[in-house]
Write a protein that binds this ligand. Structure first.
Ligand code: TTP
Ligand code: MG
Length: 347
């Protein structure tokens, strides 16, 4: 039986919140981001997008493209508050919610009797009623197509992609729209004259495997609208981590080490309680202009004690180049496995 998947994503999220909280901004190009010239755009209103402004663009460039724009600083706490509200709406519908980011999630509603489109409409109405903001929704039978659908007629969009529509919808698209195809892979395919999904569809599976290894099979399937990925509700529980917003933004690594030391101790405590070891360590930082970066390292052995975690965290920190001050640091360990009994007695 086909699954029923909804993908939902708030429209121009940070900018829409700023406009709602400051009604004088309505109808204007609004850019939310780092307030210094060195900062970057977090997001902008659709009015600003018409001038070519985009997420992650340096502020000075955004100013050049759209001098009349209103620039607003990022208020993360406020966005998180609204994010919590929309996620409780999703959870009222089903437990099978996979969060993708602060404003975006997949819902698996296969098990529900109600018509998927009615459910999507209900989410849109509830989000509007409880937050005052619009969310776009896409409905289809897998994640790839549901996400494509929610993006189809943003803002305030609703699109259903049914099986029979797939060739017509997918074929004209640029291959950069295919989930899993990053810039490098797109370039590789462009180099052999493949630009659209239709052209990708024409390539034999064997060639894609030769090009991309195991992943080639997935690309072959995507071009046919096939995507077997399950909803992953455990995304967050599969790692153990700590993070904190700094009292003062800093770019001094010695200050950051103090945080990593505390985190390592606290993570090791939790790991002991859960009786697990892990072998992937990740440092996450958020810069003063609210850009997230993560850097990970996977070891070829499992670790669980504080000293080992801290040592690996320092190795990763060494490799991070701090181009600007940071406002948040986090440390987490993943690729977890349960300890064998012998290991427990060692604690
Ligand atoms: P998105 O959902 O990617 O963007 P959006 O909601 O602003 O616009 P759209 O209507 O196209 O969905 O990201 C959600 C929020 O995450 C966005 O409002 C700001 C933040 N963000 C950043 O801070 N930096 C980034 O580079 C991106 C892409 C998003
Ligand atoms: Mg969004």
């Amino acid at each position: 039986m086909d699954r029923k998947i909804i993908h939902v994503d708030m429209d121009a999220f940070f900018a829409s919140v700023e406009i709602m909280d400051n009604p004088r901004l309505k109808g204007k190009p609004v850019i939310v981001g780092g307030t210094t010239e060195r900062g970057v755009v977090a997001t902008c209103s659709y009015e600003a997008r018409e001038f070519g402004v985009r997420s992650a663009m340096p502020i000075y460039m955004a100013k050049a493209k759209c001098p009349e724009a209103v620039f607003m600083p990022v208020r993360y706490g406020r966005y998180k508050e609204i994010s919590n509200k929309i996620f409780s709406i999703f959870h009222k519908i089903t437990d099978l919610v996979e969060p993708l980011s602060i404003d975006e999630a997949y819902l698996d509603i296969t098990h529900l009797e109600k018509d998927p489109v009615e459910i999507a409409v209900f989410i849109k109405q509830e989000v509007k009623r409880q937050t005052g903001l619009t969310i776009s929704a896409g409905v289809s039978y897998n994640k790839f197509l549901a996400k494509l659908a929610s993006d189809w007629n943003k803002p305030d969009g609703l699109k259903i992609i049914e099986k029979h529509m797939v060739p017509e919808i997918l074929f004209p698209l640029s291959i950069s729209k295919v989930y899993g195809l990053g810039q490098k892979s797109v370039k590789k395919l462009n180099d052999i004259g493949v630009f659209t999904v239709k052209e990708l569809y024409g390539l034999p599976k064997e060639l894609l495997i030769e090009f991309f290894g195991k992943f080639g099979v997935e690309i072959y399937e995507r071009a046919r609208g096939i995507d077997g990925r399950e909803i992953n509700i455990d995304r967050e529980r599969k790692s153990i981590g700590r993070e904190t917003t700094l009292r003062v933004d800093t770019d001094i690594k010695d200050d950051l080490k103090l945080y990593l030391n505390d985190f390592s101790e606290s993570i090791a405590d939790t790991m002991r309680n859960k009786n697990v070891s892990g072998k992937s360590i990740t440092i996450k930082i958020k810069t003063s202009s609210f850009v997230n970066h993560t850097k990970s390292k996977t070891l070829n052995h499992y670790i669980y004690n504080k000293e080992d975690i801290y040592e690996e965290a320092l190795n990763i920190l060494d490799e991070i180049e701090l181009m600007e001050k940071i406002r948040l640091i986090g440390l987490s360990i993943s690729s977890l496995r349960e300890n064998k009994t012998e290991q427990i007695s060692m604690f």
